[in-house]
Design a binder for this molecule. Sequence first.
Ligand code: WT7
Length: 631
Amino acid sequence: MIQKINSFEEYQSEYSKSVSNPEEFWAKQAETFQWKKKWNKTLEWNFDEPKVEWFKGGKLNITENCLDRHLEERGEKTAILWEPNEPNKPAIHITYNELHDRVCKFANVLKKNGGKKGDRICLYMPMVPELAIAVLACARIGAIHSVVFAGFSAKALAERINDSQCNILVTADGGFRGAKTIDLKTIADEALENCLSIKKSIILKRINSEVSMKQDRDVWLHDELASIDLSCDAEEMDAEDSLFILYTSGSTGQPKGVQHTIGGYMVYAEYSFKNVFQCEEDDIYWCTADIGWITGHSYIVYGPLLAGATTVMFEGVPTYPDAGRFWEVVEKHKVNLFYTAPTAIRALQACDIDFVNNYDLSSLRVLGSVGEPINVEAWEWYNEHIGKQNCPIVDTWWQTETGGMMISPLAGITELKPTYATLPLPGIQPCLVDADGEEIFGNDVEGNLCIKYPWPSMLRTLWGDHERCRQTYFSTYPGKYFTGDGCKRDADGMYRITGRVDDVINVSGHRMGTAEVENAINEHEAVIESAIVGYPHDIKGQGIYAYCIMETNKAVNDTTRKEILAKVTDIIGPIAKPDKIQFVPGLPKTRSGKIMRRILRKIAEGDTSNLGDTSTLLDPSVIETIKKGAI
Ligand code: WT7
């Protein structure tokens, strides 16, 4: 098992070792894992193709590292502590022994239904233990999992299944989320009408709803498990075989299938988890994310289980049955390490403080934040009311593509600075570049954030489109990985992420491509063209502001707005619904037809005093009309 860093001096010496000899540094970490065969080359890389290979030739199965290797020492320790949506229903403690057995059985169910090494298996599930088990079961047999967040629509699900040609879909009859139930099976059925690659669908019974089962395709998970073999050898995998695909948004309408491989991801997931949270053997750790996002992959499932920790998995939402739910769960399970998103903090901050004060939060030792820049008010509220000024807050900057936390304090070890992600983890070499692609040296500077050297858990490619991977991340600044984020480095060398510099917005910690939302809006029959920008939103961080040009002969009103929202819900899902829709006669465009989003952003922010240079616009008069109609 990986040894964690224990002091600031040790952080400094580990960091400098990791830069002066990265291969030796990572080989030492990798040696603490169980390999079926050792690698022959620690790292091979170039950022031009790009090609990155870690621990090449090494053979392993990640589930042996998450499960089997713990059984002797902590077989009866709780691996997953599941808290259901309903507070009066019992929590479920799954030990490492039990999790091992359930993963093996599930793996055999996948095999029985045609799943095998290299297949893509789609998981479209609520936050129940079976989701984590299905993830690990895929890894056990060497299949590549593609988890699709259960809030996505049928069309979005179908698009993701088709892109990577999944042959099995694991889903449920439905899921509970707060006061709502979501009919996942109905949505999945609609999606599968357009997914010819899916041969089998395995259904978990969760809400006991009436569902229709398609003959020869759909099987109930409980029926399959009733007579299945308990043992399942872990498939021998290459370190550079794929572990999973996770779709994320980019600046075009097409979601990108970010592809991660087994060996490097494994090493970095445990390394970053242990060091950032400073997790101790008996800690109860809770990350409130959904496994449908990278945070859930790395820091609900893989990181904590690799570390042999107890990971809490929560089915519900922060405000059900009331705004005290998080704190009730912290008290109930005596949570020590708590990791959530700024949007959740802001939503709870807006509620009565009694929802916090009713509970004993003294078990908490470390607080974490992820997903977007945390504003100073939220940081201070979190620190004072949740941490009682006694818990370091780790503001962890990373991305779906980075696989693990990249810039973050190590709790209690390195210094904090509110709203700063602070310092890179050992092995991570960030740099700032200017518009000309020149690296900006020294401190008290600002620029675009790049990473100049490979790290083990970085993406290897985008599924089916290596060229897009090269273009998106490795072509803007040749020789460097470009994050898409703007960033400041203060006088002490601490990093503060300032937000996206591309056509991507961050809504409640969820990444959204402006083009993706625009394409969905444009599907409305009366919309001719649309433009989306983000604007500051008290709870969501960024809200979505939509400008729509409509057909002139159609009357537009609130019904039209509702129809547009319904379109977006249908094509992407409710998370992408615009907060504001303004109907406009035209959009500010340059002579070459490019929308000047900078101007639209200013208007959406309500700051029209200085719109900057508008002389290159085709028709500057359109701005006045848009300004007048701003919502
Ligand atoms: C983008 C990545 C990483 C898991 C959740 C989101 C923003 C993320 C922070 C932070 C400032 C942050 C960045 C990044 N972001 N964490 N601590 N401070 N910004 O993953 O959907 O891949 O989005 O989220 O803009 O590029 P994602």
